[in-house]
Design a protein around this ligand. Structure first.
Ligand code: PAF
Length: 285
């Protein structure tokens, strides 16, 4: 695996892979890689001949007071994991390589509809930052396919919408969430939790499972289900941000006759913000 830092080097390596007739797969990341990221690279390696990963902690998607400065930078360990997972080329640019004219004058990409509500409401500007950097990475790498985790369900919906709306010939693959044995979704932010918080954290997923179970049994009183689960989050020591049941395809608020649902939540444990989601497929009527 080769690591490059500049767009010139990136383009040269990709031109060579293209000249060899290779299909290119991209896995954008912010580093501090865990088994969830490794699974994305493995999927890319199964579907493409030449796998490019990027590690770039994108300042444009962090709000004031978020964890941009403390976001862990673990390049050497990340390189080992990427190599073992089948990555061929790592793009690890500096901020100036991605935003040479600064971020103030940067053209932005905003995706209406799916960016609104949920994390879009709690983190204003976040999805514009994500959509902008992902568009730039897509233009830099010009991959045939790109793999993103379903753990960031709304982000995946934003990226699917932007590729469709801007007619980008890139196949977007969603990869299922990787979980610890106790159910906690793997996330780079889990490392911020102390031992007590880490023991509590799996409750977030258990709450989603409990709602899913009731939905499968026929419950459609969404507000009651949400109220119950948020009360449990609070009792356990979380500060709930949102908990919602949405249509899994278009992310609109769920209607009683929707069959493809997703339950999405975000909650704080101390200063750490955790997110999770669970898709529920109900049998047709
Ligand atoms: O999911 C992430 O790690 C980031 O939001 C992404 C897609 C790499 C864009 O910076």
């Amino acid at each position: 695996m080769t690591t490059v830092k500049t767009l010139r080097e990136l383009r040269a390596a990709i031109a060579q892979a293209r000249a060899e007739g290779k299909q290119i797969g991209l896995v954008p990341t912010m580093g501090n890689l865990h088994a969830g990221h490794v699974s994305l690279v493995e999927i890319a390696a199964q579907r493409a001949d030449f796998v490019v990963a990027s590690i770039f902690v994108n300042p444009l998607q962090f709000g004031a007071g978020e964890d941009l400065d403390k976001y862990p930078r673990t390049l050497a360990a990340d390189q080992e994991k990427l190599l073992a997972a089948g990555c061929h080329l790592l793009f690890h640019p500096d901020v100036a390589e991605i935003y040479p004219h600064g971020m103030g004058d940067q053209t932005r990409v905003s995706v209406p509809g799916v960016s609104e509500g949920l994390c879009g409401a709690s983190r204003p500007g976040h999805f514009e930052g994500v959509a902008t950097v992902v568009t730039k990475l897509f233009n830099m790498v010009q991959p045939d396919l790109a793999v993103f985790g379903e753990k960031d369900y709304q982000q995946l919906a934003v990226i699917r919408a932007l590729v469709q709306d801007l007619n980008m010939p890139i196949q977007i693959i969603g990869a299922s969430t990787q979980r610890a044995e106790d159910g906690l979704a793997l996330s780079s932010r889990n490392g911020y939790l102390n031992a007590e918080q880490r023991a509590l954290a799996p409750m977030l997923y258990r709450g989603l499972q409990a709602i899913a179970e009731e939905l499968r049994r026929g419950a459609r009183d969404y507000q009651r289900l949400i109220g119950q689960a948020q009360a449990q989050q609070k009792d356990a020591g979380f500060q709930p941000d949102y908990l919602e049941i949405r249509n899994a395809v278009n992310l609109r608020p769920a209607q009683v006759d929707d069959r493809h649902l997703v339950i999405l939540t975000a909650a704080h444990l101390g200063s750490t913000r955790l997110i999770d989601n669970l898709v529920v497929e109900l049998p047709g009527q």
